[in-house]
Design a protein. Structure first.
Length: 155
C-alpha cells in the first residue's frame, strides 16, 4: 500500500516495495495490452485507474472520470476493479468459471477482484474480461443506467 502522497502513476509505483511493485507493474502491463481504445490511465482513489475521459463523458455521478479498470496494492492483498463486469452477470460467470477451471480461488465482490499473487489469477480470462467492453458500449451502458435512475428520482 502506498503512503497516499503519489500524484502520478510513476510516483505510486515508486512508493511500493519492490516485490509489490512487480505485481502491480505486471498487472498494469496486462491491462494496458488488453484495454480497449479510448480509456486513459491516471491515478484516482489510491489506485492506478483506466477511465473514460471527462471530455467524452463529462456528466458522471461524482464529476470524476468514469472508472473502467483499476489496480491497487492494499495492505494484505491486491485489488483489481473490473467495472466493466459490474452488472454483467454473464461476464462475471465466465470469469468465475475460468477461475474454477484453473483451480484458483475466485474472491470477487460486485466488481472488485482480490488476490495475493499473480499465481492466483487466470491471466488469459482476465485479459478477455478487460478487453470485453469497448468504451462507447461502456459509456452507453452507464448513460442508460444513469437515465433510468434520474427518471425514477424525478417521479
Amino acid at each position: 500500500m502506498t503512503s497516499g502522497t503519489a500524484k502520478t502513476v510513476k510516483q505510486y509505483l515508486d512508493e511500493l516495495p519492490p516485490e509489490r511493485r512487480a505485481v502491480v507493474a505486471a498487472m498494469r502491463t496486462l491491462i494496458r495490452k488488453h484495454l480497449p481504445k479510448g480509456y486513459v490511465e491516471g491515478l484516482a482513489w489510491g489506485a492506478i485507474g483506466y477511465s473514460v475521459p471527462l471530455k467524452v463523458l463529462p456528466d458522471t455521478y461524482n464529476g470524476h472520470p468514469l472508472c473502467y479498470v483499476a489496480i491497487a496494492a492494499q495492505k494484505n492483498y491486491y485489488s483489481l476493479h473490473l467495472m466493466g463486469l459490474y452488472g454483467d452477470a454473464a461476464g462475471t460467470r465466465r470469469l468465475e468459471a475460468a477461475f474454477k477451471k484453473a483451480g484458483k480461488r475466485f474472491d470477487m465482490g460486485k466488481a472488485c477482484l482480490r488476490f495475493r499473487s499473480l499465481d492466483d489469477l487466470p491471466l488469459e480470462a482476465l485479459s478477455a474480461a478487460i478487453a470485453s467492453v469497448p468504451m462507447p458500449a461502456y459509456v452507453a451502458r452507464y448513460q442508460a443506467i444513469s437515465n433510468r435512475t434520474r427518471s425514477r428520482a424525478s417521479t
